[in-house]
Write a protein that binds this ligand. Sequence first.
Ligand code: GLV
Ligand code: MN
Ligand code: MN
Length: 467
Amino acid sequence: MTRATSHLLFILLLVVGVAAAGAHDDAAVRRTLEEFAGFPASDDGEGPSAAFRVDAEGLQRQIDELASFSDSPAPSVTRVLYSDKDVQARRYIKGIMNQLGLAVREDAVGNIFGRWEGSEAELGAVGTGSHVDAIPFSGKYDGVVGVLGALEAISLLKRSGFQPKRSLEVIMFTSEEPTRFGISCLGSRLMAGIEELTQSLRNVVDNQNVSFLDAAESAGYKMDPEDLRSVFLNKDSYSAFVELHIEQGPILEKEGIPIGIVTAIAAPASITVEFEGNGGHAGAVLMPARNDAGLAAAELALAVEKHVLESGSIDTVGTVGILQLHPGAINSIPSKSHLEIDVRDIDEKRRNDVIEKVRRSATEISKNRGVVLSEFKIINQDPPALSGKSVVDAMEFAAKQLNLEYKKMISRAYHDSLFMARVSPMGMIFIPCYKGYSHKPKEYASPEDMSNGVKVLALTMAKLSLD
Ligand code: GLV
Ligand code: MN
Ligand code: MN
C-alpha cells in the first residue's frame, strides 16, 4: 500500500467510525466516502476510527481552568495583553502543547506555536488557532474554543493514529482584542507583514502610559524594535489556516444548525476622536457661554448611529464602545472627551462612506459647539477577507462526512483569520453560541457543539494535511 493510499484509508476509517458512532451510517455517507477515497468503504468500525471521540469533559475542564486566570470575578473573564493573568494563560497553553508532544516556539511578540511535524515537514503547514485574551467582563469561550479546541483536535488525531503529511500547527495569537493598545489582531496583523505596524508599536502606549515594548518586556518578551519584523511570516509557511470559533451572533442557535462554514469576514474599522473645550464650573458658567466637550461627544455618538442607519443595509454596524470625559466630576463641565468608534460592514465601500460621514459630522459639531476637534484618527480600516476555496471545500467535506448540518455564513466579528488570509488560504468553522451572547459573562457554548466543532476541525486539518 502506498503512503498516500494508507493516508486515505486512515481518513476513511476515521469517518466510517464516526458515522457508525453517530448512527448515521447510511448509504449516502458511504458513497461520499468511496468517492473521496477512491475505493470501497470498509464495514470495519475497528482500528483508529474507534478512538475518534472528543474528550468533551476534558475540554470543558480546561476552558474552566483557563477562565480562572481573570482580573474580574467569575463568571466574567478579563484577560488583557501582557497582564499577569495573560502570562498565566500563556503558561497554561504551552503546558498543554508540551503534554501533547508538540514542538513549542514563541515569536518576539508572544504568538505561540505548537507544531506537530508531518512526514513532509518542508511543505507549508496546516495552521489552526485563535486567541485567549479576553475583553473586560467578557466570557470564557471567545477565542478559547479555537485554541483549546484545536489542541483537543490534535490530541484526537494523535489518539486516532493519524500521521500528518503536512505539519499541523496550533497558534495562540497575541492580543486579538484591542483592549490594551487599541490595535486589534495585533499578533496576526504583524504575522501578515504589515510594515506600518512595526512603526506604531514603537510609539504606542496604553492608558497608563506604559509603552508596548515595556509591557511586552514585563511579560517576558524583551525585544528591540527591529525584532518586530522577525514576526512576519513567509508567504509559504502555511498551505491553509482554519480557525474554530463560537459564532458570537444568534443565527446558528436560532436555526438549530450545529456548524457554520465562514465564507468571508466583514471589514472592521476603528477610530478615535477627541474634542476639547474650556470646561468650567457646572453652576457658575451659564449655558450660552459653554463649549462642552462632553456634549460634542454625545452628539457625535448619535451621528454615528444615524450614518450607520442611513447606509440602508442591515450589514452596516457602528458602536461607540468608549466614551470618556475629563475631568469626570459631576460639577465640572467636560473640557475633554474621548470616543472610540467601531464601524463594520461586509461591503468595504459602504463602511468607508460611513467613516467619511462621521468625519464630516465631527468637524461640523466642533464648529457648532465651539470646541476643538483635537483628534480624528483612523486606527485601522481593514478590508474584508474571503475564505479560500480549498479550505471551504475541506470544511464542507468534513461536515458532510460527520453528518453534521452546516450553513455557509459571513463572520461579522473579526478574527485572526482576517489577517491569516493574507498569507494563506483561510477558513473558519463556527459553532453556536447560546442566545448569540458574546463579549458578555453569559457567553456559552455547549459541550456537544464544541465536540462537533472539534471533530470538523480535526477532519478538515487531516484532509488538508494530506493535500
Ligand atoms: C473581536 O472580538 C471583534 O470585536 O470582532
Ligand atoms: Mn472577542
Ligand atoms: Mn474571538
